[in-house]
Ligand binder design. Structure first.
Ligand SMILES: CC(C)(COP(=O)(O)OP(=O)(O)OC[C@H]1O[C@@H](n2cnc3c(N)ncnc32)[C@H](O)[C@@H]1OP(=O)(O)O)[C@@H](O)C(=O)NCCC(=O)NCCS
Length: 309
């Protein structure tokens, strides 16, 4: 059974400090021109003093404030992250405390599916709402990638940035609120992308994986929803590389006007990229929209969703 959820609000937070391509030219052997032509990134945000939890909390607060939502209704918090400040407590537990919800019965936990994290988290939360045991979920993607990036490694340091995005969803019985998910993974790719102290990556191989799996993820979720790509109003890709997005748009003959892109401003914020983009996209829309989300990343993991926002 497909879950039925209502998206109540979205929010985002990005740190103030900007690291431009020009700044990176002073740190590693690279150039603004190389970065822009290979990735579409112009600048990214870096949390100099804030921790991952601060980013997650501020994104959650933005979602709550924007919709003037009664936070006391939240009974489930799921955070997608691969850059928690500590192994424990989870960011979700800390967000619960910051929101002053410690005395409430809440299930709060983090998940790690790298850059696919938010799509996985949304699927998990939506299905927990279906049980009826939980009524309102706060789903967050939050990353302080700068604390797992080696700023002497030009293969990775030019790509990533910090930030967080959040979404509040409620369970509902309305058939029109049915949402669709597709998710998949494979685990024999540790030599291509892994993060222990620092994130290491074979960019070319990750690129090949991405352009192969994104069309699969898009087609699968459309098939589950019995929809065509033309039925979708907006497409939010994980913002990893503009060239990856352009490639998929071209081979799938997607209308570029439907594709929301903000990688130029934030770089790849891993699990935060989709909810940040979704929040910015929603803020530009006057009416409800049917959106397709598609994520891919370390693991490898990949997944997609169709929701109304
Ligand atoms: C990382 C990425 C931008 C590199 O682009 P690319 O076209 O594959 O570039 P290559 O790795 O072939 O490198 C081309 C040349 O640029 C050099 N180079 C690599 N990084 C560089 C940098 N930051 N600045 C300047 N030159 C760089 C390489 O050393 C290589 O030089 P050579 O030809 O003399 O050997 C691209 O592969 C990519 O985006 N991959 C996907 C990564 C990703 O999205 N990861 C997250 C997944 S969620």
């Amino acid at each position: 059974m497909n879950p039925r959820i209502k998206v109540v609000s979205t929010g985002k937070y990005v740190p103030e400090d900007i690291l431009t391509n020009k700044d990176l030219e002073q740190i590693v052997e690279t150039s603004d021109e190389w970065i822009q032509t290979r990735t579409g990134i112009i600048e990214r945000r870096i949390a100099k003093t804030e921790k991952n939890i601060d980013l997650a909390y501020k994104a959650a607060l933005d979602a709550i404030t924007k919709s003037n939502y009664d936070k006391e209704k939240i009974d489930l918090i799921v955070v997608a992250t691969m850059s928690n400040d500590n192994r424990n407590p989870s960011i979700a537990n800390l967000v619960q405390a910051r929101l002053g919800l410690n005395d409430k019965q809440i299930m709060a936990f983090d998940i790690n599916a790298a850059c696919t994290g938010f799509v996985y988290a949304l699927e998990i939360a939506s299905n927990l709402l279906v049980t009826g045991k939980f009524k309102t979920a706060l789903v967050i993607g939050s990353e302080k990638m700068s604390q797992i990036i080696d700023y002497t490694d030009r293969n990775t340091c030019i790509l990533f940035g910090d930030g967080a995005g959040a979404m509040i969803i409620e369970g509902t019985n309305e058939p029109k609120n049915e949402v669709y998910f597709y998710s998949d993974s494979k685990g024999d790719t540790e030599d291509i992308l892994y993060a222990s102290r620092y994130l290491k990556m074979d960019g070319k191989k990750v690129y090949q994986f991405a352009v192969q799996m994104i069309p699969v993820a898009i087609n699968k979720v459309l098939e589950y929803a019995k929809l065509e790509i033309d039925d979708i109003d907006g497409i939010i890709f994980h913002q990893a590389n503009k060239r990856i997005i352009d490639h998929v748009v071209k081979i799938m003959k997607i209308d570029i006007d439907k594709v929301f892109i903000n990688i130029d401003k934030y770089g790849n914020t891993s699990a935060a990229s989709i909810p940040i983009a979704l929040s910015e996209y929603k803020d530009t829309q006057k009416t409800s929209k049917k959106v397709l989300l598609v994520g891919f990343g370390g693991g490898f993991t990949w997944g997609s969703a169709i929701i109304d926002i």
